[in-house]
Design a protein around this ligand. Sequence first.
Ligand code: UDP
Length: 346
Amino acid sequence: MYPGRGPRRKTLVTGGAGFVGSHLVEYLLELGEDVVVLDDLSTGSTRNLAGVADHPRLEMIHGSILNPQTVAQAMRTCDRVFHLAAAVGVKLIVEQPLRGLRINIHGTENVLTAAIEQQASVLLVSTSEVYGKNTADRLREDSDRVLGDPLLSRWTYAGAKGIDEAFAKAYHDQEGLEVSIVRLFNTVGPRQTGRYGMVLPNLVGQALRGAPLTVFGDGLQTRCFSAVDDVVPAMVDIERDPRSRGQAYNLGGAREISILDLAREIIRTLDSRSEIQLVPYEQAYAPGFEDMRRRVPDNTKAHDLVGYEPRTPLTTTIMRVAADLLARERLGSDAMPLVGAFRGVN
Ligand code: UDP
């Protein structure tokens, strides 16, 4: 606990114009919080915040976490930070590993050090990627990390996020930073785009267009998809609970499903005429690409702390994602002319 900290102030959400970030911002505003968003709009979009753009308790700042002054300025009035700004998506990381490393390591350290200066608490949003190729039946927070060759760009994301977590823990242990960590497992929902490789919006988009659903490899690799609506309240509850400081919590789905079955379920749910096309990994990604065969979370720790339970059925999420993609299509663009609502700080 920071000594002598004053009354509650604002909440900073880095990456607040992204997929998960925008849902979190809406939820915090619903709770009556004052929210500051810091986003460089590289993968996020002002359109994600269109529903709250005029909200009197929302301030939006267009800037990068790579700039320490920008971070310090954004955090000036805040006593709490949800740190979601990151380079995410396997496709993006594989294509631009240097950018990913810089943002995910240097950017995060900027956020952590600014938080110490401001005596702000931090929720560091990490990823199930940190477990790498560990195919354990249920991945616990203390499960081993099994990573491939660090020279394969695929592993730089897991490497960088692992360093972020280690930084957070070291700042907590040595400098008293109030930090908690969540590891998200394949979070899905409206506003997620398939552009950076995420499978569910990609396949839903293909099903809506009547195009073949591209399933990579043999399609027998499995994931546990979790709905953003289930994950966001748990993130807020975990951040609020002082017992979470210095700890990491898995937030994942309950149902393990192969990508082939996911494709079948999407076709069935949307009554699509699309077929399924198996695409070899070498064709989908760079040669030497390694995929995770399986990734199944043990959510017990978050359940025991804040009662986290993934409730939303996958078919509901598929329908919501489809409705969102259709609405975007109607609007004709991913970026509505809201950039004027963003204030540049540097
Ligand atoms: N995937 C697929 N078709 C796509 C995009 C992804 O079959 O169009 C596969 C991908 O190879 C992986 C799984 O779907 O096995 C989940 O991929 P995603 O990038 O969504 O998440 P992650 O690999 O981080 O779990």
